[in-house]
Design a protein around this ligand. Sequence first.
Ligand SMILES: Cc1cc2nc3c(=O)[nH]c(=O)nc-3n(C[C@H](O)[C@H](O)[C@H](O)COP(=O)(O)O)c2cc1C
Length: 290
Amino acid sequence: MYSTRVAGLNLNDPFVIASGVIPEVPGLMRRVCHQYRPAAITTKTFTLYPVESHHSPTIVKVGEGCYINAIGLGNPGIRALEPNECVQIVSIGGSSLEEMVQASLEGERYANAIELNLSSPNRRGYGADTASLVSDIVSAVKSSVKRPVLVKLGPWDNVLSLAGKALDAGADGLTLINTMKGMVVDVEEFKPILSYGTGGISGRCIHNLAVRIIYEVYREYNPDIIGVGGVFTLDDALELLSVGAKAVGIASLIIESGFEAIPKLRASLSLYLQRKGLKLEDIIGRAVKR
Ligand SMILES: Cc1cc2nc3c(=O)[nH]c(=O)nc-3n(C[C@H](O)[C@H](O)[C@H](O)COP(=O)(O)O)c2cc1C
């Protein structure tokens, strides 16, 4: 009733754990898979070699359901990636095309799909700073790996053009959206609270940005999209699906309420579809004028 297919992945339901919210604890990803059965787990972004996280504070709550974080892509390097019996989307970042190709090749052995992080605002030279190379990076990774490749983009003014370039270069799907670069200042000390200075805003504060961007990208190109951004309730998820997302990523809600949020959303969706007499596919893209 609510299975879905996105970028060549068959998912039991649309609810995917978005990149970055499972803490770095050995075996935790497998335990989360076993206990909460998310349709897929996206790993935190891995680079080819280990990267240190920024110093704390790295995450601050800035409003009801809103966060700003700058972890800085801290990770133990792609060789630390563990296999998982859930569908695993391996997020890959890097500071060059060569690094991303190499990390994707290493990551693909435990991946059902690769997600290229061309959008994190939290480390100079990585993520958003590599978005201008989207065509070359996607072509190079696509010609190197066998798994489907998703490209994760941010909530920027040029996102429609970058999405087009990613798809032209062969991306199998898009993950929209990453966090929005912002800042929070301590007015006792008059200095930024996050050690990195700036950070990425997530959660409810970016939800309507995600709705609008997914709508515009879906209307223009009709691609496979994992919609991410401020999903806290079933209605939020239905909004992203109705503007064209085929699956929905959850990050800040998990920080706020834990992984239990995933089975709760699944149960609410099931009741909703029964009550309405609808299938998931009846909803996807329904709010998009063509
Ligand atoms: C603490 C934290 C860490 C994150 N780490 C990553 C990351 O490593 N790679 C990535 O592509 N996105 C990362 N994100 C972005 C999320 O995957 C997601 O795109 C964003 O938070 C919007 O979804 P949300 O509103 O449900 O939080 C992170 C977000 C948070 C809050």
